[in-house]
Design a protein around this ligand. Structure first.
Ligand code: SAM
Length: 222
Protein backbone atom coordinates (compact mmCIF):
# COMPACT_ATOMS: atom_id res chain seq x y z
CA UNK A 1 0.00 0.00 0.00
CA UNK A 2 1.15 3.51 -0.68
CA UNK A 3 1.97 6.09 1.95
CA UNK A 4 -1.04 8.34 1.06
CA UNK A 5 -3.30 5.38 1.92
CA UNK A 6 -1.61 5.15 5.34
CA UNK A 7 -2.34 8.85 5.86
CA UNK A 8 -5.99 8.46 4.85
CA UNK A 9 -6.42 5.50 7.19
CA UNK A 10 -4.71 7.34 10.05
CA UNK A 11 -6.94 10.38 9.51
CA UNK A 12 -10.04 8.19 9.48
CA UNK A 13 -8.99 6.35 12.65
CA UNK A 14 -8.11 9.62 14.35
CA UNK A 15 -11.53 11.08 13.64
CA UNK A 16 -13.61 7.98 14.37
CA UNK A 17 -11.99 6.24 17.34
CA UNK A 18 -9.14 8.38 18.70
CA UNK A 19 -10.94 11.73 18.78
CA UNK A 20 -7.97 13.88 19.72
CA UNK A 21 -9.11 17.27 21.04
CA UNK A 22 -7.95 20.83 20.48
CA UNK A 23 -5.37 20.69 23.32
CA UNK A 24 -3.61 17.88 21.47
CA UNK A 25 -3.88 19.69 18.13
CA UNK A 26 -2.43 22.80 19.77
CA UNK A 27 0.50 20.76 21.14
CA UNK A 28 1.36 19.70 17.60
CA UNK A 29 0.87 23.21 16.17
CA UNK A 30 2.89 24.91 18.90
CA UNK A 31 5.77 22.53 18.19
CA UNK A 32 5.70 23.50 14.51
CA UNK A 33 5.60 27.21 15.39
CA UNK A 34 8.62 26.74 17.65
CA UNK A 35 10.53 25.04 14.84
CA UNK A 36 10.53 21.64 16.51
CA UNK A 37 10.54 18.52 14.30
CA UNK A 38 7.15 16.75 13.83
CA UNK A 39 8.32 13.60 15.60
CA UNK A 40 5.59 13.21 18.22
CA UNK A 41 3.75 9.89 18.22
CA UNK A 42 0.78 9.47 15.87
CA UNK A 43 -2.67 10.12 17.39
CA UNK A 44 -3.49 6.39 17.30
CA UNK A 45 -0.27 5.62 19.20
CA UNK A 46 -0.90 8.43 21.69
CA UNK A 47 -4.34 7.04 22.47
CA UNK A 48 -2.78 3.59 22.77
CA UNK A 49 -0.41 4.95 25.44
CA UNK A 50 -3.34 6.46 27.31
CA UNK A 51 -5.27 3.21 27.18
CA UNK A 52 -2.22 1.23 28.26
CA UNK A 53 -1.94 3.48 31.31
CA UNK A 54 -5.63 2.94 32.06
CA UNK A 55 -5.60 -0.80 31.44
CA UNK A 56 -2.52 -1.30 33.64
CA UNK A 57 -3.92 0.96 36.37
CA UNK A 58 -0.74 3.08 36.23
CA UNK A 59 -0.33 5.89 38.73
CA UNK A 60 3.35 6.66 38.32
CA UNK A 61 4.54 7.11 34.74
CA UNK A 62 8.04 7.87 33.46
CA UNK A 63 8.54 9.30 29.98
CA UNK A 64 11.95 9.70 28.34
CA UNK A 65 11.68 12.28 25.54
CA UNK A 66 9.09 15.05 26.02
CA UNK A 67 9.37 17.18 22.86
CA UNK A 68 6.26 19.45 23.02
CA UNK A 69 4.37 17.25 25.47
CA UNK A 70 2.03 15.54 22.99
CA UNK A 71 2.56 11.99 24.32
CA UNK A 72 2.85 13.45 27.82
CA UNK A 73 -0.73 14.75 27.58
CA UNK A 74 -1.99 11.35 26.46
CA UNK A 75 -0.14 9.56 29.26
CA UNK A 76 -1.35 12.01 31.91
CA UNK A 77 -4.93 11.52 30.73
CA UNK A 78 -4.59 7.80 31.37
CA UNK A 79 -3.73 8.09 35.06
CA UNK A 80 -5.83 9.17 38.05
CA UNK A 81 -5.90 12.72 39.44
CA UNK A 82 -3.33 11.83 42.11
CA UNK A 83 -1.02 10.15 39.57
CA UNK A 84 2.24 11.59 38.22
CA UNK A 85 4.02 11.66 34.88
CA UNK A 86 7.71 12.51 35.16
CA UNK A 87 8.95 13.41 31.69
CA UNK A 88 12.65 13.81 30.84
CA UNK A 89 13.74 16.31 28.18
CA UNK A 90 17.25 17.39 27.22
CA UNK A 91 16.42 20.72 25.57
CA UNK A 92 15.08 23.51 27.84
CA UNK A 93 13.29 25.12 24.87
CA UNK A 94 11.36 21.90 24.22
CA UNK A 95 10.53 21.58 27.91
CA UNK A 96 9.21 25.18 27.98
CA UNK A 97 6.81 24.55 25.07
CA UNK A 98 5.75 21.24 26.65
CA UNK A 99 5.04 22.97 29.98
CA UNK A 100 2.64 25.36 28.28
CA UNK A 101 0.97 22.51 26.43
CA UNK A 102 0.40 20.28 29.44
CA UNK A 103 -0.93 23.25 31.43
CA UNK A 104 -3.26 24.25 28.58
CA UNK A 105 -4.50 20.66 28.40
CA UNK A 106 -5.55 20.88 32.06
CA UNK A 107 -3.32 18.03 33.27
CA UNK A 108 -0.28 20.16 34.20
CA UNK A 109 -0.70 19.33 37.88
CA UNK A 110 0.09 15.70 37.16
CA UNK A 111 3.20 16.43 35.06
CA UNK A 112 6.75 17.12 36.15
CA UNK A 113 9.22 17.87 33.35
CA UNK A 114 12.86 17.31 34.26
CA UNK A 115 15.36 19.05 32.01
CA UNK A 116 18.72 17.42 31.34
CA UNK A 117 20.31 14.33 29.87
CA UNK A 118 17.85 11.57 30.67
CA UNK A 119 20.51 9.14 31.88
CA UNK A 120 21.48 11.64 34.58
CA UNK A 121 17.85 12.31 35.45
CA UNK A 122 17.19 8.58 35.74
CA UNK A 123 20.11 8.23 38.14
CA UNK A 124 18.50 10.93 40.33
CA UNK A 125 15.13 9.20 40.05
CA UNK A 126 16.57 6.00 41.50
CA UNK A 127 16.68 7.78 44.89
CA UNK A 128 13.17 9.16 44.49
CA UNK A 129 11.90 5.69 43.63
CA UNK A 130 13.03 4.49 47.03
CA UNK A 131 10.62 6.89 48.70
CA UNK A 132 7.88 7.36 46.08
CA UNK A 133 7.81 3.79 44.80
CA UNK A 134 8.54 2.25 41.41
CA UNK A 135 7.08 3.45 38.12
CA UNK A 136 4.09 1.56 36.72
CA UNK A 137 4.61 2.53 33.09
CA UNK A 138 7.75 3.74 31.29
CA UNK A 139 7.72 5.22 27.78
CA UNK A 140 11.10 5.49 26.03
CA UNK A 141 11.17 7.90 23.06
CA UNK A 142 14.41 9.91 22.99
CA UNK A 143 17.95 9.30 21.64
CA UNK A 144 17.89 5.78 20.24
CA UNK A 145 21.58 5.19 21.00
CA UNK A 146 20.74 5.12 24.70
CA UNK A 147 17.74 2.77 24.44
CA UNK A 148 19.53 -0.18 25.99
CA UNK A 149 20.89 2.04 28.77
CA UNK A 150 17.35 3.33 29.37
CA UNK A 151 16.01 -0.21 29.49
CA UNK A 152 18.67 -1.23 32.02
CA UNK A 153 17.82 1.83 34.13
CA UNK A 154 14.12 1.12 33.74
CA UNK A 155 14.66 -2.15 35.57
CA UNK A 156 16.01 -0.25 38.59
CA UNK A 157 12.99 2.07 38.56
CA UNK A 158 10.30 -0.55 38.12
CA UNK A 159 8.64 -3.59 39.70
CA UNK A 160 7.43 -6.90 38.27
CA UNK A 161 4.44 -5.93 36.15
CA UNK A 162 5.71 -2.49 35.12
CA UNK A 163 4.85 -1.84 31.46
CA UNK A 164 7.65 -0.55 29.23
CA UNK A 165 7.06 0.90 25.76
CA UNK A 166 9.87 1.77 23.35
CA UNK A 167 8.99 3.85 20.29
CA UNK A 168 10.48 3.70 16.78
CA UNK A 169 11.69 0.12 16.79
CA UNK A 170 10.96 -0.59 13.11
CA UNK A 171 12.04 2.61 11.34
CA UNK A 172 11.32 1.30 7.85
CA UNK A 173 13.27 -1.87 8.60
CA UNK A 174 16.62 -0.05 8.37
CA UNK A 175 18.00 -2.09 11.26
CA UNK A 176 17.94 -5.26 9.12
CA UNK A 177 20.68 -4.01 6.79
CA UNK A 178 23.94 -5.85 7.58
CA UNK A 179 25.78 -2.51 7.45
CA UNK A 180 23.28 -0.83 9.81
CA UNK A 181 24.95 1.78 11.99
CA UNK A 182 23.98 4.69 14.22
CA UNK A 183 20.31 4.78 15.19
CA UNK A 184 19.41 1.81 12.97
CA UNK A 185 21.98 -0.36 14.73
CA UNK A 186 20.77 0.95 18.10
CA UNK A 187 17.25 -0.18 17.22
CA UNK A 188 18.47 -3.67 16.36
CA UNK A 189 20.36 -3.80 19.67
CA UNK A 190 17.24 -2.61 21.48
CA UNK A 191 15.17 -5.44 20.03
CA UNK A 192 17.89 -8.02 20.67
CA UNK A 193 18.26 -6.82 24.25
CA UNK A 194 14.50 -7.00 24.86
CA UNK A 195 14.35 -10.45 23.31
CA UNK A 196 17.31 -11.89 25.21
CA UNK A 197 16.80 -10.29 28.62
CA UNK A 198 15.14 -12.52 31.16
CA UNK A 199 13.90 -9.39 32.90
CA UNK A 200 11.45 -8.49 30.12
CA UNK A 201 8.69 -10.29 28.27
CA UNK A 202 8.19 -8.30 25.07
CA UNK A 203 6.70 -7.99 21.64
CA UNK A 204 7.04 -5.39 18.91
CA UNK A 205 4.24 -4.12 16.71
CA UNK A 206 4.93 -2.69 13.27
CA UNK A 207 2.71 0.23 12.26
CA UNK A 208 2.02 2.19 9.08
CA UNK A 209 0.52 5.59 9.75
CA UNK A 210 1.11 9.33 9.49
CA UNK A 211 4.64 8.69 10.79
CA UNK A 212 5.38 6.23 7.97
CA UNK A 213 6.38 2.59 8.47
CA UNK A 214 7.57 2.21 12.03
CA UNK A 215 6.53 0.48 15.24
CA UNK A 216 6.87 0.18 18.98
CA UNK A 217 7.89 -2.48 21.46
CA UNK A 218 5.76 -3.29 24.49
CA UNK A 219 7.26 -5.22 27.37
CA UNK A 220 6.39 -6.18 30.90
CA UNK A 221 9.02 -6.39 33.63
CA UNK A 222 9.23 -9.98 34.90
N1 SAM B 1 7.50 11.53 23.17
C1 SAM B 1 7.31 12.73 22.37
C2 SAM B 1 5.93 12.69 21.76
O1 SAM B 1 5.55 11.65 21.24
O2 SAM B 1 5.24 13.74 21.79
C3 SAM B 1 8.37 12.82 21.28
C4 SAM B 1 9.77 12.81 21.78
S1 SAM B 1 10.94 13.18 20.51
C5 SAM B 1 10.84 11.78 19.51
C6 SAM B 1 12.45 12.97 21.34
C7 SAM B 1 12.79 14.03 22.37
O3 SAM B 1 13.86 13.51 23.18
C8 SAM B 1 13.28 15.36 21.81
O4 SAM B 1 12.54 16.42 22.36
C9 SAM B 1 14.73 15.43 22.24
O5 SAM B 1 15.18 16.75 22.53
C10 SAM B 1 14.73 14.55 23.49
N2 SAM B 1 16.05 13.97 23.80
C11 SAM B 1 17.01 13.56 22.94
N3 SAM B 1 18.07 13.09 23.62
C12 SAM B 1 17.77 13.18 24.93
C13 SAM B 1 18.46 12.86 26.13
N4 SAM B 1 19.68 12.34 26.12
N5 SAM B 1 17.84 13.10 27.30
C14 SAM B 1 16.58 13.64 27.34
N6 SAM B 1 15.89 13.96 26.23
C15 SAM B 1 16.47 13.75 25.05
Amino acid sequence: ISQPAWLDVENFLSKTVVKADSALAEAVESAARAGMPPIEVAPTAGKFLMLLARISGAKRVLEIGTLAGYSTIWLARGIPADGTVISCEFLPEHAAVARQNVDRAGIGGKVEIRVGAALETLAELAELTESAGPFDLIFIDADKGNNVNYLRRALELSRPGTVVVVDNVVWEGAFLAPEASGDALAIRETLEFLGSSESFDATAIATANSKGWDGFAVAVVQ
